[in-house]
Design a protein around this ligand. Structure first.
Ligand SMILES: [Zn+2]
Length: 269
């Protein structure tokens, strides 16, 4: 008899529960994967879970009849799982668009997200189960439900006086979930722009997104928007992207410039 992915996950979960530990130092926005420890294998939408052999996340089966979010042109497919939360996140992109002076909305209409899933039970998603707050893979964003948020004051992995992720100091689970979501949207922007510009024309001119980002990352490492931003160029951009929306005043000039440069590039593709 063949076990479904969910059945296998349940069995795995049961086995792991007894020795489950909190990984206080891991990225709580998502668990890096891919060949270079980054989240993406390439700009071609590969990504996914490269190490550990965990299965790809599936939409919550509890809402097989999920309908498309009304009025959203930012997501290709229906939102899944906890639909009210997923819809709220998609709707929040309208507000984020204002922060980015309309460029984010135009970009997402042209390069929409594949889908947005807020899991009803984080244990059913391998990466959330391992401690991530959200993750991005090939256009799809999966987010931990607010009720199971790991972040914030009181969490064992919250260090007073430091900010591991840009949303850590926000007082509500909803706020922290929104930051985690925006962080993943930042990955979508970066990966799309990067894929469209990095490997070809602009590399020789030295103006490819990845080079702009790397320069900003090196320059801004000391004043990075969060500790997690220091782990890679891509995470630097996503953290800066999220912070730009939520706390632009606290963002250093280098990070601000990076976000604005990539968004300007996004406009032209
Ligand atoms: Zn990330």
């Amino acid at each position: 008899m063949k076990l479904s992915v969910e059945d296998r996950m349940d069995r795995l979960s049961l086995g792991i529960c007894a020795v489950r530990i909190r990984l206080s130092k891991i990225n709580r926005n998502h668990v890096p994967s891919g060949p270079k420890g980054g989240q993406f294998a390439s700009g071609s939408g590969g990504g996914g879970i490269a190490s550990g052999g965990a299965p790809e996340a599936k939409p919550d089966k509890s809402t097989p009849d999920a309908k498309p979010s009304s009025g959203s042109s930012y997501v290709k497919k229906p939102t899944y799982g906890n639909k009210p939360e997923a819809d709220a996140l998609v709707t929040s992109l309208g507000d984020a668009d204002k922060t980015f002076k309309g460029d984010l909305g135009k970009f997402l209409e042209k390069y929409p997200l594949d889908k947005v899933t807020v899991m009803k039970d984080a244990r059913r998603d391998p990466m959330l189960y391992r401690g991530a707050e959200a993750h991005y893979s090939g256009g799809a964003i999966t987010v931990r439900p607010q009720s199971q948020s790991l972040m914030g004051p009181g969490s064992p992995s919250y260090y007073k006086g430091t900010t591991e992720n840009v949303g850590d100091n926000l007082p509500t689970a909803k706020g922290r979930q929104s930051v985690a979501f925006l962080h993943e949207v930042g990955h979508h922007v970066f990966e799309t722009v990067d894929a469209k510009t990095l490997n070809r024309v602009e590399l020789k001119a030295g103006t490819a997104v990845i080079l702009v980002a790397t320069a900003a990352w090196k320059k801004g490492a000391k004043t990075a928007p969060s500790d997690y931003a220091k782990t890679s160029v891509r995470e630097y951009f996503s953290e800066a992207f999220a912070a730009y929306h939520f706390e632009p005043g606290k963002l250093d000039a280098t990070s601000r410039k990076l976000v604005e440069t990539v968004m300007a590039r996004a406009k032209g593709i």
